[in-house]
Design a protein around this ligand. Structure first.
Ligand SMILES: *Cc1c(COP(=O)(O)O)cnc(C)c1O
Length: 229
């Protein structure tokens, strides 16, 4: 199946309130252009350097989402154009995003990442940490960011019951945070679900899915076998 065929297949089955982020990480710009030609405009990358390179090369009406873990010292490179930052997991990072957004005279939309997976390696905040962050004095002065929602990654498993448990936990936290009604914070986005688990995420209240391999095909394994080089 072609990239545009895969895209159409997925889009045809999505409810109209769900946004599809096509995750193009590690894939060449020609693949993105093929999706673009079929009308798709929202793409996600997980490395700032790659995001910036593709932004510079590709049509300017593409909406770029940063979906990966972020190093604070690199926020400045994406601040001029990024449309949505999915994986914000600290006040320090928000402070830097706010600073760079101000420099660019922009308001940058962000999602807070919640840890729902059982794996230690996955990032994110707990519900208590989110409400503390939103209630903090410092947060109130962040005029150049807007918290639009929450994001989460489930455990890498085929256990449907566990996936359902993790996604419904995230939905519950989302509903609770929606009620907080804080300044700079108007939730309307719940980003959860990837190629292998998005149908379960949708059943549990997701309205934004991040799909890579089901659109662009499998990615080459990026494990560094020679870490000293
Ligand atoms: C790579 C990635 C995805 C997409 O993964 P697929 O399994 O290829 O759909 C979604 N979200 C994040 C945060 C990712 O890094």
């Amino acid at each position: 199946m072609s990239i545009s065929g895969n895209l159409l297949n997925i889009k045809n089955k999505l409810p109209s309130n769900v946004t599809l982020v096509a995750v193009s990480k590690t894939k060449p710009s020609s693949d993105i252009l093929e999706a673009y030609a079929s009308g798709h405009r929202i793409f996600g990358e997980n490395k700032i350097q790659e995001l910036v390179g593709k932004y510079e090369e590709l049509p300017k009406d593409i909406e770029w989402h940063m979906i990966g873990h972020i190093q604070r010292n690199k926020v400045k490179y994406m601040a001029p154009f990024v449309n949505l930052i999915h994986a914000v997991d600290s006040l320090r990072l928000l402070k830097e995003i706010n600073k760079q957004a101000l420099k660019n005279n922009r308001i940058i939309s962000c999602l807070l990442q919640i840890k729902i997976a059982s794996e230690e390696t996955k990032f994110g905040l707990t519900e208590v940490e989110v409400s503390d962050l939103l209630a903090s004095e410092e947060f109130k002065f962040f005029q150049n960011i807007k918290i639009e929602g929450l994001m989460g990654m489930a455990t890498f498993t085929h256990n449907q019951e566990q996936l359902k448990k993790e996604f419904s936990l995230l939905k519950k936290i989302y509903d609770n945070v929606c009620k907080l009604n804080t300044a700079n914070c108007q939730l309307n986005t719940l980003s959860m679900g990837m190629s292998d688990d998005y149908p379960i995420a949708l059943e549990n209240g997701s309205n934004m899915i991040r799909v890579g391999s089901s659109i662009f095909g499998k990615r080459a394994c990026s494990i560094n076998l020679n870490p000293t080089s």
